[in-house]
Write a protein that binds this ligand. Structure first.
Ligand SMILES: [Cu+2]
Length: 164
């Protein structure tokens, strides 16, 4: 009786193992399919797609964002806005003027690109200008970000496509 009881336990254990193996196999197949969906096929607007973050049509127009005390208007020229060429950055502040000129940090969404700051000088009437260069990302991605800091007033983030 004891022996058959032990055998029964072993048998049940083996069945559980086989069933467990089946579940693992199902999980593996499921994860493989999920991997194919997330990595094998580009999904428009999916998390991690930087073009979903674009909030500024800098190739055609200037872009505006609101801070509590002023509007921040960004323009970059000449157009089309190209990487690896001298660019003129202009920030217009329509409201309250800051204690010091604004500056721009260029980068890419979700990527560490190294420091690239464009200092700006006031040319009067709330207009601030400076020159800088947008580099070419080795990844080939073309979505860039200009983080505009207005001292003591806040930051505005402009995300746009650049021509390579
Ligand atoms: Cu990059």
């Amino acid at each position: 009786m004891l022996t058959s009881g032990v055998k029964k336990v072993i048998h049940q254990g083996r069945m559980a193992f086989l069933q467990g193996g089946g579940v693992s196999r199902m999980l593996f197949i499921g994860m493989f399919l999920l991997f194919m969906v997330t990595h094998g096929v580009p999904v428009q607007g999916a998390e991690g797609d930087p073009s979903a973050l674009v909030n500024c049509d800098i190739q055609h127009t200037s872009c505006t964002q609101e801070l509590s005390d002023t509007q921040v208007i960004l323009d970059i020229s000449p157009k089309p806005v190209k990487a690896m060429s001298d660019l003129k950055f202009r920030i217009i502040l329509t409201g309250k003027q800051p204690v010091a000129p604004p500056y721009i940090d260029l980068g890419m969404p979700g990527m560490k690109m190294g420091p690239n700051r464009v200092p700006l000088k006031s040319v009067g009437n709330g207009v601030h200008e400076g020159t800088g260069i947008i580099v070419r990302c080795p990844s080939g991605k073309k979505v860039w970000k200009a983080m505009v800091t207005v001292p003591n007033m806040g930051t505005a983030e402009f995300i746009f496509d650049v021509i390579y």
